[in-house]
Ligand binder design. Sequence first.
Ligand SMILES: NC(=O)c1ccc[n+]([C@@H]2O[C@H](COP(=O)([O-])OP(=O)(O)OC[C@H]3O[C@@H](n4cnc5c(N)ncnc54)[C@H](OP(=O)(O)O)[C@@H]3O)[C@@H](O)[C@H]2O)c1
Length: 344
Amino acid sequence: MLSFAGKRVLVTGASKGIGQACAARLLELGAHVVALGRDERGLAELQGSVTPVVADASDAAGLRAALEREAGDVDLLVNNAGVARNAPILDASADDWDATFAVNARAALIAAQHCAKSMIARDVRGAIVNVSSQAAFVALDEHAAYCASKAALDALTRQLALELGPFGIRANSVNPTVTLTEMAAREWGDEAKAAPMKSRIPLGEFAAPDDVVDAVCYLLGDGARLVSGAALPIDGGFVAAPFNNAMAPGYDRSARTGRRTLMTAAPFSGGEKLPPCPTTRLHSHKEGNKEMPVLGLGTFTGTRFTQRAEPGTMKQTVKTWLGSGGTMVATAASAHASWRRTRW
Ligand SMILES: NC(=O)c1ccc[n+]([C@@H]2O[C@H](COP(=O)([O-])OP(=O)(O)OC[C@H]3O[C@@H](n4cnc5c(N)ncnc54)[C@H](OP(=O)(O)O)[C@@H]3O)[C@@H](O)[C@H]2O)c1
């Protein structure tokens, strides 16, 4: 059974969310936890053998000083503190960029330096886990600074693995998808918002904090003694399947059984009326009093939508299709946007 008895573990961002869940599990597994964050009350919620360190990770000098003063000799490190300042790419500000990198990437380097120096001095074969994100691998709407900072964090992980490996110190990243912390659950609890994202995850689920904690504990533990430099997605297969369907709301997971499906554009997508296009003008389908432009007609094979119908044969085929019990799927704004880019 996994045990961290006798280990001193620094967890940054331990006052809430994934970091707090991680700190709580490490305490259960016998570790002494050095819990770093700004919110004293959140840190005080942790019960057991805890050293709280109240520090602002975005202040490089202040963070170094706090670690030197209060962290002590750390055996294992979880770099979890993170922020997201999201904006459309044309509006992303230098301040947001710098503030994001200061916490998500620079603070992780500073904490790793502090801990690794002590590990090396004591000849401790320690481990570092950086809590990155699926955002390190894929672009997400309006997440420029966040995605870039998490990609930087993964690069730092590899660098730590390279340069600290000779001292027996391992470094890995975990890269979760949407993880339902209390705050995220409020944001993603709305099924209308969650459905398009979930429909692109082969396993069809968001992560729970415990899913991330399980992976962090594995990577910190001796069971991962030869694992270093990895970036481990905890994402139900999301980043492994970039061409998974992007169709929702209304996407019917049972359609994956190979049912023939008609794909239409939603009459309003992202609040904007669909611009005219030759195909949608030629082919439309009426649902009640709504005119639905038809984008495609095909079969779900696994997760792929195949067999686009030829323009001109579409209208008749649609009728036969629906008449014979075929399903209909409305596209999400994002799918519509990419379709528009490639087809208009
Ligand atoms: N939840 C998700 O969907 C998700 C998905 C993928 C990756 N992640 C990553 O997982 C990590 C934890 O996310 P979460 O969802 O648990 O977020 P959260 O609930 O907002 O918690 C963030 C933690 O980071 C700390 N933090 C932020 N800025 C800080 C600063 N300047 N100085 C010190 N501590 C700071 C916060 O502490 P204070 O408030 O006390 O300062 C808090 O404990 C982040 O790195 C995030 O990018 C989250």
